[in-house]
Ligand binder design. Structure first.
Ligand code: ADP
Length: 289
């Protein structure tokens, strides 16, 4: 459905944001995880035809995206990280305007499409309300409504759940799941839980490279028997932790818990734990350092 091959991008300041990125992505939600600066937005913007790559190719449903950006644009929807809304304009008016840009020329058809999208994201009742009065969750749902205009084959969503409260986040995750039927939904995030909860496939990016990809559960299973934990008293010296490959060191209810990667029990205080996607993420990043 979406095939990315050997994509490279170096900015004018010399930063190589994309290094030989290759991915094959099928229908459903695909998660792209990585720390800030990993290159996720650079990849998203390139897929959205908003910037060029230096080399490489992107094929979307048989269309060469980089060579035919106009055609590709009609096949994709994009919800950027900083989706700006005009605070004094109503949801309906802005969506109507965006539908004009998307090529819905016929006013009657446009009105129907706009109403349909607002209903889908559960904002129809609020359509007359000014966007400046919307909560974070409502704004994100409005962002999805505009990304869905024209029934795109590919929807690109960049860091969508940052700033949402827990209830809004769940509602938004459910909406993403619903709209990922029969299309690719590419979800870029630095929130591991979002990917763990939503994505049957993922890639982890760091420093412009894909450092892991596959099914989250399979990646977790690769770590079976290799993750160990122990508690260290807050006042206890953790200086010898350099002997271990520390995945995370976290304060949990006043105690410092270490999680360590090791083929065998590091010492008798450690016990084996079930690995999770956080372990996959942090061990992948460790390898790059
Ligand atoms: P992410 O979305 O994972 O945080 P980005 O794609 O935004 O990563 O950034 C990747 C790297 O490229 C960072 O080092 C960032 O500073 C740099 N970068 C991003 N956009 C530009 C740009 N327009 N010009 C120069 N450097 C950029």
């Amino acid at each position: 459905m979406l095939a990315i091959e050997k994509l490279n991008k170096t900015y004018a300041n010399g930063i190589q944001a994309l290094r030989d990125i290759s991915l094959e992505i099928d229908y459903g939600i695909f998660g792209l995880l990585g720390p800030n600066g990993a290159g996720k937005s650079s990849l998203m913007r390139t897929l959205a035809t908003l910037q060029d790559a230096d080399t490489g190719s992107i094929m979307l449903d048989g269309i060469d995206v980089l060579k035919n950006p106009q055609v590709a644009r009609s096949m994709l929807g994009y919800l950027p990280q900083d989706f700006g809304v005009y605070p004094t304009v109503s949801a309906e008016d802005l969506l109507n305007q965006l539908a004009v840009f998307k090529g819905f020329i016929n006013p009657k058809e446009r009105k129907e499409v706009v109403a349909q999208q607002l209903q889908l994201v559960n904002l129809y009742e609020k359509r007359k309300q000014k966007l400046g009065t919307f909560s974070g969750g409502m704004r994100q749902r409005f962002g999805i409504a505009q990304a869905l205009l024209g029934s795109p084959k590919l929807i690109i969503v960049d860091e969508p759940t940052a700033g949402l409260d827990p209830a809004e986040r769940i509602r938004f995750q459910n909406l993403l799941s619903e709209i990922s039927q029969n299309r690719v939904l590419l979800l870029s995030t630095h929130i591991v839980e979002d990917v763990a909860e939503l994505c049957p496939n993922l890639a982890i990016m760091n420093q412009g490279e894909i450092i892991r990809s596959g099914n989250p559960q399979a990646l977790i299973n690769d770590l079976n028997g290799k993750v160990w934990t122990k508690v260290i008293q807050s006042n206890q010296d953790t200086g010898d932790s350099s002997e271990w490959t520390v995945i995370t060191s976290r304060m949990l209810r006043g105690e410092r818990w270490l999680r360590v990667l090791s083929d065998s029990q590091p010492d008798s205080d450690f016990h084996s734990v079930q690995p999770d996607l956080n372990d996959v993420y942090f061990t992948a990043l460790l390898e790059k350092i």
